[in-house]
Design a protein around this ligand. Structure first.
Ligand code: ATP
Ligand code: MG
Length: 372
């Protein structure tokens, strides 16, 4: 295999002064190009794409600083490492060289071995950087392909699955006898297809959130009414574990929020279903509604296992399946709260969790008040 010879471009108006360095570098296997002024250097760099440039500071017409600046402004040459050759001992000038994008400097008279060591170091660094850039590009491409693939899978699964769900629902309703085989099997199909549909829904939600494109529409919503309906709906599930749901609010108070109704519903459903999912049998879940100065606060308090400090830190992350595990047969993917937090923030609300391990958990969410 042929090993590529590294090419160095030396830009110096008096090449005769550096002929010793020139021979030394050639003897060490480098291909050397010479340019005797800044303009030629710029042209050469663009055409020949050297691996590294050694640039003299003091030159007539355009000096080293200006040459360096123009090299760094040109997308075709900006990534070529530049080492200044300088007789300057002034720190200010050296700093200026770095500010203009140089990677290093060597001082005249040259210590040849030192110059060689610096060149080699920067060539290695540049190669590593190029490898990293190439790998990053590969990763970005692979990630795009994976996302496109998942998109297709999600969309193509959703419709047939919904059909399976609807058919199972129909079968179950036609065979209401809880002891019958058909009723039991239809129940299994319903549960399983519901789980997969949830997963797909979560996936599509994350896609929507991460694309950052979705502007959600807002309206005035009565959060108390939503919660009343939701709690009666979830009470059936909770009953299977002998868990009771209690809703607390002030009778005469209005609880109007400025949100997207279906997104807010999704948030509250997640909090209530988690409270039921992670509570042991026979416990209570309390839901409190209160009006604050500029928001409505909803607290979902359970008597489950609670969360450790380390669990609390990961709680709103992606795929956070933490110490608490479902106490029934419920599924747990670890995406619910990640989506919830993003949705709440999209509606200018806030969410957090207060909990002590072994003493239950309270999830507190605040939604902006609708202007009266
Ligand atoms: N009320 C709670 N009490 C104790 N732990 C909880 C509670 N709610 C959530 N957790 C813990 O936080 C983790 C993340 O919750 P999250 O709702 O994001 O995911 P999940 O419920 O596991 O799955 P899904 O994606 O179906 O919602 C859970 O796996 C659980 O360990
Ligand atoms: Mg959840």
């Amino acid at each position: 295999m042929e090993i590529k010879q590294d090419t160095l471009l030396i830009i110096d108006d008096k090449p005769e002064n550096i002929s010793v360095l020139f021979h030394f570098l050639v003897n060490h296997g480098f291909k050397i190009l010479i340019a005797e002024n800044g303009e030629d250097g710029l042209m050469n760099a663009e055409e020949e794409q050297p691996d590294l440039i050694l640039l003299d500071v003091m030159m007539p017409e355009i000096d080293g600083f200006e040459t360096c600046m123009r090299l760094k402004q040109n997308p075709k040459t900006q990534n070529i490492p530049v080492i200044f050759m300088t007789a300057l001992s002034e720190t200010v000038e050296k700093v200026k060289a770095f500010e203009l994008g140089a990677v290093d400097y060597v001082t005249k008279p040259f210590q040849q071995e030192e110059v060689l060591a610096r060149i080699k170091t920067h060539l290695v660094l540049r190669k590593l950087q190029q490898e990293l850039e190439a790998k990053n590009e590969d990763l970005i491409k692979l990630n795009q392909e994976k996302n496109e693939f998942l998109d297709i899978v999600a969309h193509d699964l959703r419709n047939p699955l919904s059909a399976i769900y609807t058919a199972a629902d129909f079968l179950k309703k036609k065979n209401p006898d809880a002891g019958s085989n058909i009723n039991e099997m239809a129940g299994y199909i319903l549960d399983a297809s519901k789980q997969i549909l949830n997963l797909i829904e979560n996936f599509l939600n994350i896609k929507m959130i991460e694309s950052g494109k979705e502007e959600i529409e807002r309206e005035v919503v009565d959060i108390k009414m939503i919660l009343q309906w939701m709690i009666s709906h979830y009470a059936v599930n909770a009953q299977k574990k002998n868990i009771t749901l209690h809703f607390h609010f002030e009778d005469k108070q209005q609880y109007l929020v400025w949100v997207n109704e279906s997104r807010m519903t999704q948030v509250l459903e997640n909090l209530i279903s988690n409270a039921i999912k992670y509570s042991p049998h026979g416990k209570q879940v309390n839901i409190w509604l209160s009006k604050r100065q500029c928001c409505i606060r909803c607290e979902v308090e359970d008597q489950g296992p609670g969360l450790s400090e380390s669990d609390k830190k990961q709680l709103f992350g992606k795929f956070a399946r933490l110490s608490a595990r479902p106490t029934g047969q419920e599924s747990s993917v670890g995406l619910g709260l990640f989506i919830v937090k993003k949705l709440v923030e999209m509606m200018n609300g806030k969410i957090w969790c207060e909990s002590e391990l072994g003493h239950g958990a309270t999830f507190i969410v605040e939604f902006p008040l609708a202007e009266q």
